[in-house]
Design a protein. Structure first.
Length: 172
């Protein structure tokens, strides 16, 4: 699993680096790419849940291309149903604004699972404005910049979310 996760992160960052290398400087000046990340845990859910599940999400925001590349993985978790980006501060629950992975496909499915749903899961994908729910791309970017977005993973046992983490600008 660890090798797979490293390969996913490397592929995501390499894809971003290739895009950056191709158009770092254009007529508008430098392209702005921001990397956000989070570590997820049950105690970060609202209300906190008793779970050993942990996870990590890395989100690469390309403002010019108006897309968000992501990779997310969780472990010590069973019966995963879906994962999303929500808008809210760390002490509140907020609405789903971007599906990452949804096993029933109701909200769409920009993510592709690269490893199972029992015990651990790795997902990567690209979010565009077409994937967003009840929010524009610019509103989501503003919420991310303000530290008001979080990632969580839902399970059959914890339908409201089993593991969660607030996205913040990363120094990766």
């Amino acid at each position: 699993m660890k090798k797979l996760l490293l390969a996913l992160v490397a592929a995501l960052l390499l894809a971003g680096a290739t895009t950056l290398g191709a158009s770092l400087v254009g007529a508008q000046g430098q392209r702005r790419i921001d990397v956000f990340s989070t570590r997820m845990a049950g105690h970060s859910e609202r209300p906190p849940v008793a779970s050993n599940a942990t996870g990590r999400a890395i989100v690469v925001l390309d403002r010019e291309a108006r897309e968000i590349n992501f990779v997310m993985w969780v472990r010590k978790i069973d019966h995963i149903t879906e994962s999303h980006i929500h808008v809210a501060s760390a002490d509140r629950n907020g609405p789903i604004v971007a599906p990452l992975f949804d096993f029933d496909g109701i909200l769409g499915n920009p993510g592709t699972a690269t490893e199972g749903t029992e015990g651990e899961l790795a997902v990567s994908g690209v979010i565009t404005e077409a994937d967003l729910v009840g929010i524009t791309f610019d509103e989501l970017v503003a919420a991310m910049d303000a530290g008001r977005t979080y990632v969580n993973v839902h399970t059959l046992e914890f339908r409201g979310g089993e593991t969660r983490g607030q996205l913040s600008l990363s120094d990766l």
